[in-house]
Design a protein around this ligand. Sequence first.
Ligand code: C2E
Ligand code: CA
Ligand code: CA
Ligand code: CA
Length: 279
Amino acid sequence: AKDAGRNTYRYVTEQLNSDSLEFMRITHELREAVKCKQFTVHFQPQIELATGDVVGAEALVRWNHPVEGLIPPGRFISIAEQTGLIVEIGEWVLHEACRQAMAWRRAGMPPLLMAVNMSAVQFKRGNVENLVRGALESSGLEAQYLEIELTESILLHDMDHMLSLLNNLKDIGLKLAIDDFGTGYSSLAYLKKFKIDRLKIDQSFVRDIASDPNDAAIVRAIVQMAHTLNLRVIAEGVENQEMLHYLSSCQCDEVQGYHFAKPMPPDAFAAFILGRKSE
Ligand code: C2E
Ligand code: CA
Ligand code: CA
Ligand code: CA
């Protein structure tokens, strides 16, 4: 048993060493990526259930690696957060998303809500209010067409600070959404205090809607309570007709997921919108 313990220990340290090498390698490359702007933003449509219209787009960053090609955010966001590089990456993403929103508008596309993810680290280390003002000003996008997605844990962390920070953002006129809702600990009543506009029901609840009666009940309850508090609800990870059907029976306001479209480069997104309009 002792040997097993020692082996486990050795295994763990080897794991840590190779992980930290990998960590340093990626950190180094990520610094380069920030310098050389090796990022790109894809957009995933958000569809209003009542009308079937595309009413929004979520901006999702990808790393355009010179050797490896497009790297999904799941492989670098966490490291970017740990190293603080997320502040610069996030700045770039917000500017790019606002710029793209205005480019689409100028090309004659109907106005969409542009939803941009913001990490807790950006709120801690960056000046989000200045960043937002800057991005709106340089793009010309009106604040009402911008939504910031944040997670519940940010709100719980430094409540008073976040309350004043988010109030300042609301004063600019933008919208606030809670991402991955249901996976954290916040109550709905408490969200109201933060002037949240919209909840995004986490994919994990949507995934098993058809097979897990608990998840189905949770989703229905979230929508009902959110509506009581005048919050809109969007479900993410909607992959099939069955999920869509259940969500619409719950009066969920909007949906997003592979059933409609994957996140796409700007041109493909524009083509998708055009295609739907001519249907
Ligand atoms: P998220 O904000 O929860 O974004 C939703 C993720 O689910 C996206 O993955 C999207 O492509 C994926 N998705 C959309 N529809 C479906 C579906 O029907 N089924 C399934 N299985 N997945 C679906 P993606 O683009 O790989 O992004 C992963 C995460 O990386 C995001 O999760 C978000 O937390 C983070 N992220 C992405 N872009 C940014 C960014 O600009 N800033 C920050 N801070 N985080 C970002
Ligand atoms: Ca999100
Ligand atoms: Ca999410
Ligand atoms: Ca997530």
